[in-house]
Design a protein around this ligand. Structure first.
Ligand code: SF4
Ligand code: SF4
Length: 827
């Protein structure tokens, strides 16, 4: 008996049924199924609206939290930007308040230009591009009808997608395997384009029409893929490769990321330009009419389609496979391969894949190499550090270039988080409608500034507390589920947090000197309106505003006005950017208001924000200080200048990283007498929280110590150094309580710098001061060495993590035995 139907949550929309290329390996036009000949060119309005409604109904009925829709063809960009806009808008409006919409487009890339990218940026549409490798590989099949190459246009499209403005839309590359191509050349050509992910697709084939092979070589496709796998592994998996990642995941008991492998049920349906529902496209390779279901969006709900025998057949897991596959030792990773590849006329799909020998070899090869795989490489790893940069950081130091790469990776994470907040915030039913509307207009304002002045948006997004805010929003949105209304307190907190996107958009527009046509809603927190990186408007007196949690910001290029209920204050945007107190003009009964700029500390070319205004800064394990008086700022400035002079002069191996990456000092409340307080925050790259210590020398130590945490946090965002499943607690010699592995790693890395600080102080001071420094050096150095050995012996460091620990160990060798600071190489 068949298992019950699985709800459908992946929809491929054929928005245009023709193509501007004529690839000879195309499964749409060159396969057994020729149904495209009778379809309309484009998707008419009524098909689009019925499709969107069907998806929304189905998602609501099954309480789906998200659906994925892929705009496909033929070539979807032939539909043109106007048509694509109406399709995207229709989908968004049908699914708003129902579930999250993960919208993608798969294109051949030849028409992808800035206009398209702007449209996709506006709606967060991710772009996948087909490219078969280098020019030779690509030109082998992917040509125009007259034989002309498409290569240069496609690479230009990928280059556009890789620009800072659009990089967050870049989903990856789809490469159809041809064993006539050199696998290493293909891999290197694709890797050079820095795709977040590559999909290697086996050419469609069946037992009737088997893949091209050299006679006697039954697993030539496995050989081709294994050559790439081995290089990819040696390169430490610099990009995602879906085939390999899926096999690694299924071998570890996880899910496959592709329908071509594994036993997970398929939940995908295709909607053709005439509104017909079809099964997966790859069935076109089997026989004419194979993908047809006989259903369409006008007459049939998706529940009906989900029960179609052809779709049910791809949801049966092990039970749906032939006897040979069921008994196969790698079946949980292979799953019998792609459904279409099992076909033989006369007996249908009850066979192993026509690529069986290849799949078996490939999976067994990966299984053998499993112990060498670092399974924790992060998805932003294409900001890779070189071996030297990695080794230098692991030794405790770090060059400006290495820090720039860490910052770039943080920037990508931040943009991705922002897009995720917009997507989830506007499509989660429990988010109140006015908040969703405010999110939408804030997003429009932000993307408008991003189009003209991405540097202004980048400057705001680089603020350390922006990611702190983003993580907080995403956690709340995730906790809300798909439909239940939130309680009022959650509502208020979430509304305030989500409205902060307006504050980000307003700050970016002010930085760019832009006019914003729509008013932007921003939160009012503790009687202040915050513009991140710039400062805050603090309102007092005037008419009572007990209920007001929102303000409206209007920007006309020169003037910025902020309204709360009937009260209004105006400033000039140049004044807001100056970092100085500025005049505030009051309209109505607004009472007094003052602009509190973010002040800047300066020292020998270094500029660091003294951040005492941002509403998300209080995340450093010790309370943030209130706004500092001018006299206190002057004292910070003196200490900072002296501390930086000390770091530059006596700690030249640590200075370049700090100079490149420290952007914020966040004053903390005064600690008990005799204690120094400082802390980094895991998601606030570039920020150090500290209470002002007794002297500048101590401030230098606190900066060096905390910036180690800043660096290591960013490294851990890029690389898996330890097993996250390790839940043991470890002895940290400098603490009474036991620490988790990451806590021990963080402390050890920080104390490399602390040891270095005291060692140097011992050398540059005399008498009692030198004696105290010597004692402290012995204390921290001994503890750091002990902790390094605990890490090394934990059994939970990844191979890359062990390299990191080994490099720390070298650096922490007794004085004089370690390598020269700043000249570290990979261990
Ligand atoms: S670009 Fe895609 S749809 Fe167009 S001919 Fe090539 S494979 Fe077929
Ligand atoms: S390797 Fe061959 S026999 Fe084993 S599951 Fe895959 S297709 Fe079936």
């Amino acid at each position: 008996m068949d298992k019950p139907a699985v709800p459908l949550d992946q929809f491929v929309l054929k928005v245009h049924s023709r193509c501007d290329l004529a690839c000879d390996h195309c499964y749409v036009y060159e396969s057994a199924d020729q149904s495209w000949r009778d379809r309309p060119l484009g998707m008419p309005d009524e098909v689009i609206s019925h499709t969107a409604q069907r998806i929304a109904e189905h998602a609501a009925e099954h309480r789906l939290s998200a659906v994925q829709v892929v705009l496909h063809g033929g070539e979807p960009l032939l539909a043109g930007p106007g048509r694509l806009r109406s399709i995207i808008t229709e989908l968004h409006s049908a699914l708003r308040g129902v579930c999250h919409l993960d919208l993608r487009i798969h294109t051949n890339g030849v028409r992808l230009d800035r206009t398209c990218c702007e449209l996709f940026a506006e709606f967060g549409v991710k772009v996948g591009i087909s490219l078969d490798g280098d020019r030779v590989a690509n030109d082998r099949h992917r040509r125009y009808a007259n034989g002309r190459s498409s290569y240069d246009q496609v690479v230009a499209a990928v280059t556009l997608l890789r620009t800072r403005q659009y990089r967050h839309l870049y989903a990856g590359l789809l490469c159809t395997v041809d064993i006539a191509n050199d696998p290493m050349v293909v891999y290197e050509a694709l890797r050079a384009l820095e795709p977040p992910r590559v999909d290697f697709l086996l050419p469609h084939a069946t037992w009737d029409d088997p893949p091209a092979r050299t006679p006697g070589r039954e697993s030539q496709y496995a050989d081709w893929l294994i050559a790439i796998f081995d290089r990819w592994l040696a390169d430490e998996r610099p990009i995602g490769i879906r085939t390999f990642d899926s096999i690694l995941s299924t071998l570890a008991g996880g899910d496959s990321a592709t329908e071509a492998l594994g036993l997970a049920p398929s939940s995908l349906v295709v909607i053709e330009t005439d509104g017909s529902y079809e099964q997966v496209d790859s069935l076109k390779a089997t026989f004419d009419g194979a993908p047809a279901t006989g259903f369409d969006v006008f007459r049939h709900a998706l529940d009906v389609v989900a029960r179609h025998p052809g779709i049910l057949a791809r949801q049966q897991g092990l039970a749906g496979l032939c006897q040979t596959c069921q008994e196969c030792p790698v079946v949980s990773s292979c799953g019998g391969g792609l459904y279409a590849h099992r076909y033989r006329s006369g007996s249908g799909f009850g066979h192993p894949s026509v690529y069986c020998a290849d799949l078996l070899d490939l999976i067994n090869h990966i299984k053998r190499r499993l112990p060498e795989v670092n399974t924790e490489r992060r998805p932003v790893a294409n900001r890779d550090l070189s071996d030297d940069e990695f080794g230098d950081l692991a030794a405790g130091y770090g060059s400006a270039a290495a820090i720039a790469k860490l910052m770039e990776a943080q920037h990508i994470l931040c943009r991705a988080a922002l897009a995720a907040i917009y997507q989830a915030g506007t499509s989660t039913p429990a988010v109140p409608a006015p908040v969703r509307a405010a999110l939408h207009s804030a997003w429009s304002a932000l993307t408008m500034t991003d189009r003209g002045r991405p540097d202004a948006v980048d400057a705001v997004l680089a603020h350390p507390y922006l990611r702190v805010w983003a993580v907080r929003c995403l956690e709340q949105l995730k906790g809300m589920g798909s439909g239940d209304p939130a309680d009022p307190a959650t509502d208020t907190r979430l509304a305030g947090d989500l409205n902060h996107l307006g504050a980000i958009a307003a700050a970016a527009a002010v930085c760019a000197g832009y006019q914003v046509e729509a008013d932007i809603t921003v939160p009012v927190l503790a009687d202040a309106v915050h513009l991140p990186t710039l400062g805050r408007l603090v309102v007092s007196g005037g008419s009572p505003r007990p209920e007001c949690q929102e303000a409206v910001v209007s920007i006309d290029g020169k003037a910025v006005s902020i309204r709360i209920a009937d009260d209004c204050w105006e400033m000039t945007s140049a004044d807001l950017r100056s970092g100085e107190p500025c005049a505030v003009t009051t309209f109505g009964d607004g009472g007094s208001a003052s602009w509190q700029p973010v002040r800047v500390l300066k020292a020998n070319g270094l500029r660091v924000a003294l951040e005492d205004t941002d509403p998300y800064r209080d995340c450093h394990q010790w309370p943030a200080a209130a706004r500092l008086a001018e006299a206190e700022v002057a004292q910070w400035q003196r200490y900072f200048q002296d501390a930086w002079r000390e770091i530059e002069r006596h700690f030249p191996a640590y200075a370049p990283a700090i100079a490149a990456g420290l952007t914020v000092l966040m004053p903390m409340s005064a600690p008990p007498p005799g204690r120094d307080i400082s802390a980094a925050a895991r998601h606030a790259f570039g920020a150090i929280g500290t209470a002002l210590p007794a002297d500048a020398t101590t401030l230098a130590l606190l900066i060096m110590h905390e910036f180690q945490h800043v660096k290591l946090g960013a490294i851990l965002d890029l690389y898996g150094l330890y097993d996250p499943a390790d839940h043991w607690l470890y002895h940290a010699p400098w603490r009474a309580d036991m620490r988790p592995l990451e806590g021990l790693l963080q402390g050890t890395y920080a104390h490399l710098a602390v040891s270095e600080y005291w060692r140097t102080r011992q050398q540059i001071t005399v008498g009692q001061e030198a004696q105290v420094a010597g004692e402290r050096f012995a204390f921290w150095h001994g503890h750091t060495q002990d902790a390094i050995e605990t890490l090394a012996g934990s059994g939970s460091m990844t191979p890359l993590g062990m390299r990191f620990v080994q490099r720390m160990r070298l650096s922490a060798q007794p004085t004089g035995a370690g390598p020269a600071p700043g000249n570290g190489t990979a261990g």
